[in-house]
Design a protein around this ligand. Structure first.
Ligand code: HEM
Length: 341
């Protein structure tokens, strides 16, 4: 595997889907149905067709329409936190996005524990769990195609490209990816933003007094991207910053490193609300550019606002470590904190 760290090279890798393929199934054959139809592992033209289906369904207006529900869920979860000591990830940063994405898709919220188990199975490549999730989502997609009711699943099930809808298997794979990508990453962002308030009291004051929650979330997205790296496969010999990457090599494009490259952001290390041009690759680049960034930001802003409305001061009381999950290179934070009302 070749590791690419400079922002310019990371951008080059992500921008050229012909030279740097996302189709890693040749090296790591997918063991279950969900893995086979995974949008993030497709190249154009297959990727283009499925992305056009999802783009029709996952619209900016539908995301904006979720804002009141997001505020309501955030307030309810923050209202249930025990003031003296709580686990921010377990009690807020995890349940908020999984409830929001379930509601958006039109899936029953009382099955969230099941979705959680399936998502963990998905990230570990557990074929039995992935198949079970796929069967369930295919059943829902079939029902929504027969009787669409306006939710995201219904829109995915009825969208067409050149007059042809996606297959039920394709919709189930897409929904599974959205369910997974739609919550674990946002959990990281919420935790990273709140963590920064805990460890930087001056920043906490600035955010509260001048309502800088949006900048806090954007800087957390830059400094602590949920995907530390994404992987591609070189289709031909290529030279990157003077090093030859041979055809067939796996390439790890390090988003985390690129975001901290002084070529991208002068003075990249400090966590600053007032960055003049806040450049980052946290949501990817090129044809696979993340479709959920605005949704994640709305959720993180709602979560932080709810927390600071309820608690005047936040302290971290357990050791905190940002670390990657096995397999997915997703960085997450386990955080247990204390808040003083
Ligand atoms: C793609 C990051 C939130 C759905 C990506 C990619 C990155 C990323 C880096 C590109 C992967 C690649 O190039 O291989 C993030 C981060 C998020 C976030 C940091 C939150 C802070 C979300 C949310 C959703 C979502 C909330 C859905 C509700 C997707 C999907 C793709 C994707 C479906 C695949 C797009 C494609 O392959 O064309 N995301 N994401 N993401 N993201 Fe996100």
């Amino acid at each position: 595997m070749h590791h690419v760290f400079r922002a310019e090279d990371v951008r080059t890798v992500l921008a050229d889907s012909g030279l740097f393929s996302s189709d890693r199934t040749r090296l790591m054959p997918p063991t279950a149905q969900l893995g086979r139809g995974n949008l993030t592992m497709m190249d154009p033209p297959d990727h283009t067709r499925i992305r056009r289906i999802v783009n029709q369904a996952f619209t900016p207006a539908s995301v904006r329409g979720l804002a009141p529900a997001i505020d309501e869920i955030a307030d309810e979860l923050v209202g249930s936190l025990v003031p003296d000591r709580f686990d921010l990830v377990r009690d807020l940063a995890y349940p908020l996005p999984i409830r929001v994405i379930s509601r958006y898709l039109g899936l029953p919220e009382d099955r969230i524990d099941r979705f959680r188990t399936w998502s963990i199975g998905f990230s570990r490549g557990d074929a039995a769990q992935m198949d079970e999730m796929h069967r369930y989502l295919a059943e829902v997609a079939g029902a929504k195609r027969a009787r669409p009711d306006g939710d995201l699943m219904s829109r995915l099930a009825t969208a067409e490209v050149d007059g042809v809808p996606a297959t039920i298997d394709e919709i189930a794979s897409l929904a599974g990816l959205i369910l997974l990508a739609g919550h674990v990453t946002t959990t990281s962002l919420i935790a990273a933003a709140v963590h920064e308030l805990c460890v930087q009291p001056a920043l906490d004051v600035q955010v509260r007094e001048h309502d800088r929650v949006e900048e806090l979330v954007l800087e957390a997205l830059r400094v602590r991207p949920a995907f530390a790296q994404v992987t591609r496969m070189a289709e031909a010999d290529t030279i990157l910053s003077g090093t030859t990457v041979p055809a067939g090599a796996l390439v790890a494009a390090w988003i985390l490193s690129a975001n901290h490259d002084p070529g991208l952001n002068p003075d990249p290390e400090p966590f600053l609300l007032d960055r003049p041009a806040r450049r980052h690759l946290s949501l990817g680049h090129g044809v696979h550019y993340c479709l959920g960034g605005p949704l994640a930001q709305i959720e993180a802003v709602a979560a932080v606002r709810a927390v600071i409305r309820r608690f005047a001061r936040l302290t971290v009381i357990a050791p905190v470590e940002f670390h990657p999950l096995p397999t997915l290179a997703i960085r997450r934070l386990e955080l247990e904190g204390r808040a003083d009302a």
